[in-house]
Design a protein around this ligand. Structure first.
Ligand code: KG4
Ligand code: ZN
Length: 334
């Protein structure tokens, strides 16, 4: 079964053809990231206009050499969460193709897509039941998954998402806040924490739930920067260490309490090398399978949207498919 997926939730316009949910046949992605780099963050209106500009050329390039009527069995599209103007472009394009080609359409939650970054491009599929840690610019969620489509939300951030905290802290340290995570992480790798080593708070690490809070860490950094007594490499190192330790500790608790067979990571922050290494170490210590997405599947791409659609196949009538910017990870089939 070949699925043509469209992902347009933010500043990437991505189309992908995937066979049997795991084999990526072709992906074409255009991004308006360069423009947002200049403004220090995504301007929703600009991102939406770029989606309109990119969607047809990206689709055309992705479909070159294919006969959609014969080669495509179904369409999939991200319906949320995301920026409404951006989402609408992908959703309306998918609905139009679905009518033209008389193919079914599968709506996909973007965060569920991030989880399926661990199912695409591999023969080693994660086994259930599993605990997923989803870390992105807008969400930080722990989810228990019994099987495809059988999700239990365990907890998430009460304030900033971890990616957002990285971006805001990058700004405080004088780095570009647009996708500040990679920049902050690079700076952190040049230090061992120095005199600040292990002095940062670990917010909610011992709380009796699966929730997180990252905005206090950002405030902690602000006060250190204002005092000006420490170099920014040490601050970056300790900020990253505190975020990763809290994420790993809470994930460990979820895995143990739920008796999960597998743990997996997804989302833009899954590209963070400390978090990847820490989670692998945790999995090894607990003796459970640990899945970390390939780096090319950490950022936004239609490839794992197709995978999520294949494994959670639930087509909906066109009239019921809507773009919804505020979906939670539990709204799998909106
Ligand atoms: O999943 P994503 O591409 O977009 C959303 O769906 O939100 O995640 C983007 C987030 C940004 O906050 C970015 O700074 C963060 O992921 N990020 C990182 C790293 N690479 C990307 N954060 C920490 N370390 C990284 N290496
Ligand atoms: Zn994302």
């Amino acid at each position: 079964m070949n699925i043509l997926a469209i992902e347009s939730s933010c500043d990437e316009t991505s189309c992908s053809i995937v066979a049997e949910g795991v084999k990526e046949i072709r992906t074409v992605t255009s991004s308006s990231a360069d423009l947002h780099l200049k403004t220090g963050g995504v301007v929703p209106e600009v991102a939406a206009r770029k989606q309109v500009e990119f969607i047809v050329p990206v689709l055309k390039e992705c479909l070159e050499g294919f006969d959609p009527l014969k080669d495509i069995d179904a369409l999939a599209v991200t319906v949320g969460p995301g920026l409404i103007g951006s989402l609408l472009v992908g959703v309306e394009a998918a609905k139009t193709l679905s009518v033209m080609w008389e193919k079914p359409i599968i709506p996909v939650n973007h965060l569920v897509g991030h989880i399926y970054a661990n199912f695409i491009g591999t023969n080693n599929l994660p086994e259930f039941p599993l605990v997923a840690l989803v870390v992105s610019g807008g969400h930080t969620d722990l989810v228990y998954i019994r099987d495809h489509g059988d999700f239990e939300y365990l907890g998430g951030t009460l304030d900033d998402a971890v990616g957002e905290a990285f971006d805001k802290t990058a700004r405080l340290l004088g780095l570009s806040p647009y996708l500040g995570g990679p920049g902050l992480s690079k700076l952190a790798s040049t230090s061992d924490g120095g005199s600040l080593r292990n002095t940062f708070p670990r917010p909610m690490m011992q709380s009796d739930d699966y929730d997180f809070s990252f905005s206090g860490l950002k405030t902690y950094v602000r006060s250190l920067v204002q005092k000006g007594d420490h170099n920014i490499q040490d601050v970056a190192h300790e900020f990253e260490a505190a975020c990763c330790e809290v994420l790993i500790e809470k994930t460990k608790k979820a895995v143990q309490n739920k008796n999960a067979k597998t743990v997996l990571l997804g989302g833009g922050v899954a590209a963070n090398s400390q978090l990847r290494a820490g989670l692998l170490q945790m999995g090894e210590a607990l003796g459970i399978a640990t899945h970390i997405p390939q780096l090319k599947y950490c950022g936004d791409t239609a490839a794992y949207i197709a995978s999520a659609a294949y494994f959670n196949r639930l087509t909906k009538p066109l009239g019921e498919i809507k773009a919804d910017p505020g979906l939670s990870i539990m709204d799998i089939y909106p």
